[in-house]
Design a binder for this molecule. Sequence first.
Ligand code: BGC
Length: 364
Amino acid sequence: MIKLKKFISAAVLGLMMFSLTSCGTKKVDVGIVLPTKDEPRWVQDETRFKEALKDTNHSVEILFSQGSSAKEKENVDALIAKGIKVLIICPHDGSAAAAAAEAAKKEGIKVISYDRLITNTDAVDYYVTFDSVAVGEAQARYLVEQAQGKGNPLYLYAGAASDNNAFLFFEGAWNVLQPKIADGTFVIKNSSEAVALQGKAKLTRDEMSRIIGQVTTNWDFNEAKNKAEAHLTAASKEDKGNVYILAPNDGTARAIADAFAADKDVTSYKITGQDAEKASIQYIIDGKQSMTVFKDVRTLVKDAIGMAKDILDGKEPKTTGSYNNGKIDVKAKQTEVIVVTKDNVKQALIDSGYYNASDFTGIK
Ligand code: BGC
């Protein structure tokens, strides 16, 4: 009996050692690198990737960069060492990630930029994305539709300048807001650079940089909240009342909304968002956030995996257009977005099977 036990534990140990060593040298076909676990948006992408990959016979590994370009490069190097053939990467910083993409390209690995474009390099093969200009346009259109009369106070916020998308979102928003600033419907309250440029229908990247430099949230909730509080402190009572807020995404929208809600001189606020994060859907149901732009991550994931599979099978992935990344035109596949407000939240997110009604309270 004792002998048998010994034999079994030796066998189990051997098996464990075998699986450990085989793990260590295990080959990976596709590497996926996402920017951070600190934002629900990217945890959501991980979940959707895992769901979509359940039945695949390719080996896939997902790593997070935790908001650091250095960590991102380490992740890519680790995946290269595991023999990946395709890299799907959402860069923390679009231009800093060029080095990681170039390292991959040198090994013959195909690089798919995921959601955010890697800029200023020829080492990106494909780009899967949502229509980011349309996101900004939808946010701005919502604010325009809600505004009545003239002189409505407008507060602008933007994403991180290191993220190419922040420019696309802002460009889209400016397309729709600028005529309504020019005709006096809105009055910008928190950016002298935006005020200086308010007569211009189309802004250059440098001009956008100047505005984004003033109103960036860096995609950081705390920074968003601190900035909103500072703007409210600087603003007079007349600059408040019924206010309109362009918030670039859901995480920053909740932070900014909380700051505006706490100011007694703010009578009402309308605020935008994007991502349809669960916490923001609850905010929308509760009337604390006005809208979000739903980007169905299932589609983006499906497109990215579809491209990776095509590459592994030696086929040319299908694309629908291209994006210039400052150096080359990157072949791209683009997905549409959907505006979600209290009125269509159930139909857009519950009936479509994206979330469960039980994830929320008070959904009708
Ligand atoms: C993504 C957004 C996200 C933001 C902050 C952008 O590049 O497109 O969905 O909210 O980054 O992470």
